[in-house]
Design a protein around this ligand. Structure first.
Ligand code: NI
Length: 426
């Protein structure tokens, strides 16, 4: 008798869809096969597609509060004139409610785990704990060349890792999140990486997001961001770089050789006119590429199905090849590659992997007829087809309802918080 069984679903196993029963014991998948297994809790998946949970590998979760707040601006102007100003008004409670809203949206669209880099991270951790979702969390640090600030930031980041890593039965992993090579000095980045190595954890950072950033770093330090990071010994298999839009061939080989993971955020990159990353080339070279939405202010959703489709379409048009990146490869980027980037054994429906599972209703007009479920998922999903979500062996979404959170209350709260940010805008 398993703790939970998902019965008769069309499951994504080893890159193929097969009819199978999935047995869960504790927080792990303990059985995948055709035997008639029983569970304390049984979910009928006869009309469902079952996939490993989606991993949103780069977010600023509480930016749900600024969804639709400042639009149609390039990254530098958007950050300096809008976002950084309004973020000064944020309180710990705002971040708590904004995070719950983001989690609600992610769970309902099949995301079981996310990696966040922001502020008031204790509040994000509390929201993660209550909601049942899985998360890799980091305090977003920047020293901006100020030694006092460097010390303070590193202390907040380190305390956060010490206080929260492995909390909630390991559902939270706490890592370091220096903002970017243009807001952090090389000396500060070296200290952050040393601390991360000492505490045996990952580092999550924005790199080469815009052409402006690359030029700025080159002018200031005489080399591009990726080369700078290589020279200071920052890159290894526990380094996760978000964006990586502007890199050359040699930098791509550096990332591959150092076993660095890259988070592709196509919609944010398009919306801020940052550019289109060379995802197919990175993938073909063997770099672990995963997917992220970035913050809700530059996206504007946390629906990873949109990133999946956009990733596929952009690589087809930039390479001029309709066969660039197969549907299956993009689904893997959105699932197992995200878990792998942060050293988690998840993102696969396989014995011994974390029990993070998503059930998707096949009987939807946009999925009909289903010749191959992979094509429905990658090219025809809205995200709202998700019916059930299991995280860490626990059922957290049932028939589209998030069991752990009060959806109406969260929406009311966040609508109520809007007022003070509106004043700042004028
Ligand atoms: Ni970002």
């Amino acid at each position: 008798m398993f703790d939970l069984v998902v019965k008769d679903g069309l499951c994504f196993v080893d890159g193929e869809f097969v009819k199978a029963n999935v047995g869960v014991e504790g927080n792990q998948i303990a059985y995948v096969g055709r035997e008639d297994v029983r569970g304390e809790l049984e979910i009928d998946a006869r009309e469902k597609i079952v996939i490993p949970g989606l991993f949103n590998a780069h977010t600023h979760l509480a930016m749900t509060l600024f969804r639709g707040y400042a639009e149609d601006l390039p990254l530098k102007e958007w950050l300096e004139n809008k976002i950084w100003k309004v973020e000064k008004l944020l309180t710990a409670r705002d971040v708590y409610w904004g995070s719950l809203l983001g989690i609600l949206e992610m769970l309902k669209s099949g995301t079981t785990a996310f990696s966040d880099l922001y502020m008031f991270m204790d509040e994000v951790a509390k929201a993660v704990g209550e909601s049942g979702i899985r998360a890799v969390l980091s305090y977003g640090m920047a020293d901006r060349g100020d030694e006092d600030k460097a010390k303070k930031e590193l202390k907040i980041g380190t305390d956060f890792v010490r206080n929260w890593d492995n909390a909630f039965n390991g559902r939270i992993r706490a890592v370091f999140g220096p903002h970017a090579p243009y807001t952090c000095t090389p000396d500060f980045l070296v200290r952050v990486k040393e601390k991360a190595r000492e505490l045996n954890t990952h580092v999550h950072i924005h790199v080469s997001e815009t052409r402006w950033e690359v030029e700025y770093v080159r002018e200031r330090y005489g080399k591009t961001p990726v080369r700078l990071l290589e020279d200071i010994g920052f890159l290894d298999e526990k380094t996760v770089l978000a964006h990586v839009v502007w890199i050359d061939d040699e930098e791509m080989r550096i990332l591959r050789d150092k076993k660095v993971s890259v988070v592709h955020c196509p919609i944010s990159n398009l919306k801020l006119a940052s550019g289109i990353a060379r995802v197919k080339e990175m993938h073909d070279l063997g770099i672990n590429v995963c997917l992220g939405t970035d913050g809700a202010s530059s996206n504007n959703t946390y629906n990873l199905f949109e990133e999946i489709k956009m990733t596929s379409l952009l690589q087809k048009v930039t390479t001029g090849r309709a066969d660039a990146l197969k549907a299956k490869e993009v689904l893997r980027m959105a699932t197992e590659n995200g878990y792998k980037a942060y050293g988690l054994k998840g993102g696969k429906i396989e014995r011994g992997y974390l029990a993070d599972l998503v059930l998707i209703d096949r009987r939807k007009p946009n999925f009909c007829p289903t010749y191959d479920p992979i094509n429905s998922l990658v090219y025809a999903s809205y995200g709202c087809e998700v019916t059930h979500v299991v995280v860490d062996g626990e059922l957290v979404v049932e028939d589209g309802i998030v069991l752990t959170l009060d959806e109406d209350r969260i929406i009311d709260k966040v609508e109520g918080l809007k007022e003070k940010f509106i004043l700042e805008r004028t």
